[in-house]
Write a protein that binds this ligand. Sequence first.
Ligand SMILES: Cc1cc2nc3c(=O)[nH]c(=O)nc-3n(C[C@H](O)[C@H](O)[C@H](O)COP(=O)(O)O)c2cc1C
Length: 235
Amino acid sequence: MTILSTAIDLPRDTGEGQTRPETFNAAQALTQAMNWRYAVRQFSDEQISDVELGQLLDAVRCSPSAYGLQPYQLIVVASRDVRTQLLEHAYGQAKVVDCSHLLVLAAHRDIGPELVDRYVSLASVARGVSAAELAGYADGVKSALAAQSPGQRAAAAHHQAFLALGTLLTSAALLGIDCCPMSGFDPAGFDAVLALEQSGLTSSVICAIGRRHPADASALHPRVRVPREQLISVR
Ligand SMILES: Cc1cc2nc3c(=O)[nH]c(=O)nc-3n(C[C@H](O)[C@H](O)[C@H](O)COP(=O)(O)O)c2cc1C
């Protein structure tokens, strides 16, 4: 499985390359995607192609995060055997097994200085600056993190993973990939099956992806949303 596609040019276009092509109607594409998507409860047995999967994973990789630290991992559970082991830790939600791929966003259990060092090393290459030039920034981030409790840092890692989930869901809708985001699972059980604790990770949220089954009853449910005037206020 090729999951490291190059569909999105990660070294972002800068300067003149930033202009969006005139033929791209973003508003129309977004409206169509938001109207098309819903949380799919019953998946068909159709598999998502490696190309589509790669595009989706690249989009998640572009998700922003506080200080740019990306304190999570995105785990693609392609194996049905592994997903069958996960089923009992997902309150029997069959879509964990029946979907095309199960994605697990696993947060770092702590946001330690090594994540800042990783960022500096990546930024140094991407931006062509020396680590010494980034030392002031790195020290500032490390001090800010050290001032937080371990619980606050762990919560912050989960927040970033959920932000990545948002990127995932919107990107999937634009790509025509069906999803069901899920927090109805036991993180300790998932961590054990996926051996996450040993890597300093813990399951944050999961997302089944694939294609909706034609008989999925959820497709017929009208969307429920808080009215605009209750959700949004202007001060
Ligand atoms: C963080 C999160 C966790 C969710 N957990 C579950 C879940 O465990 N099982 C499930 O069937 N749906 C789950 N959902 C789907 C929501 O019920 C659904 O998104 C919501 O009712 C809105 O419906 P819509 O997505 O179809 O527009 C979850 C959604 C989110 C964003």
